[in-house]
Design a protein around this ligand. Structure first.
Ligand code: ADP
Ligand code: ZN
Length: 292
């Protein structure tokens, strides 16, 4: 049996399941202070005979195995979580191998294995919700370099009629600052879910996301793009993205039919937790090959 954690800023989803990503049991734990949250995580997994654990975590996080602070949450503004040693606090309680990556990279892994990009060795997963982030599987591997990518904070061209100053505490008007759920709420004075049938709002949203997708496509050339998170529940966002992406690309790169190329998650809300189980399986295989 394998374990998975989808660690978010508001809740942790913990699951046990098999190597095919099938979930046997799961719980949701509110993200309070780290010690309290982790205690509940440990109690849940103690009930099972787990062989490996996969974690997809909110960030930023340290995923460099050579680093002395590997497995820590790093510069988050979330109270209590800054520099929290996530992986080592679990290693104190368990001896099985643990895989640790960003929530979005792990969701991309879930989608590439069992979801909308099933069978492909490359895909990009972008979430547009409380924050904006993207992860990718490239040539079958989780995208990682110096650290993990932070694709939500790229710079985009402003819409000439958009005077909104932006909500990112670091860069103000980066993509996340202009197009995240909280930015929508701040700009329009109402939560995104309550702004149905407001065409101008979702058109503007697509205007910004399309620019980001163009850059991701030009740099990473993913075979499929999966757009998750709360905001794209407004279906008009997809049509706006298709319109602006076509305008921007000018057919420079030949792409599949956009409605089949940029899609909702095939696994729905379970992309992250399913990916965490797949990561656990990968981690177990690597561990076995090293210890043979
Ligand atoms: P989280 O980012 O916390 O995992 P979500 O992806 O649901 O969760 O993102 C929450 C953000 O998305 C909030 O700012 C919320 O207002 C916005 N949101 C959620 N559902 C919708 C919707 N149907 N339409 C537009 N915005 C939404
Ligand atoms: Zn930013």
């Amino acid at each position: 049996m394998l374990g998975g954690i989808e660690a978010g800023g508001t809740k942790f989803v913990c699951a046990v399941g098999d190597e095919n990503g099938a979930i046997i049991d799961q719980i949701r734990i509110p993200t309070t202070l780290p010690e309290e949250t982790i205690q509940k995580v440990i109690e849940f997994f103690k009930q099972y005979d787990i062989k490996a654990l996969g974690i997809g975590s909110f960030g930023p996080i340290d995923i460099n195995p050579e680093s002395p602070t590997y497995g820590n949450i790093t510069s988050t503004p979330k109270p209590g979580w800054r520099d929290f040693p996530f992986v080592s606090s679990l290693k104190e309680a368990f001896s099985f191998p643990i895989g640790f990556h960003t929530d979005v990279n792990v969701a991309a892994l879930g989608e590439a294995t069992l979801g909308a990009a099933k069978g492909l060795d490359s895909c990009l997963y972008i979430t547009v919700g409380t924050g904006i982030g993207a992860g990718a599987i490239i040539q079958g591997k989780l995208l990682q370099g110096l650290s993990h990518p932070e694709m939500g904070h790229i710079l985009v061209r402003r819409h000439p009629n958009d005077p909104y100053q932006g909500k990112c505490p670091f860069h103000h008007d980066c993509l996340e600052g202009l197009a995240s759920g909280p930015a929508i709420e701040d700009r329009w004075g109402e939560k995104g879910e309550n702004l149905v049938n407001r065409e101008e709002i979702w058109d503007l949203e697509g205007y910004y996301i399309a620019q980001a997708l163009m850059q991701y496509i030009l740099i990473l050339s993913p075979k499929k793009i999966i757009l998750g998170g709360g905001v794209p529940h407004q279906q008009e966002v997809f049509s706006s993205i298709y319109k602006y992406l076509n305008e921007l690309m000018k057919q420079y790169v030949s792409l599949p039919e956009l409605s089949e190329y940029i899609v909702s998650p095939g696994l729905g809300d379970a992309a992250g937790i399913t990916g965490a189980l797949i990561l656990a399986n990968r981690t177990l295989k690597e561990y076995k090959s090293k210890t043979l």
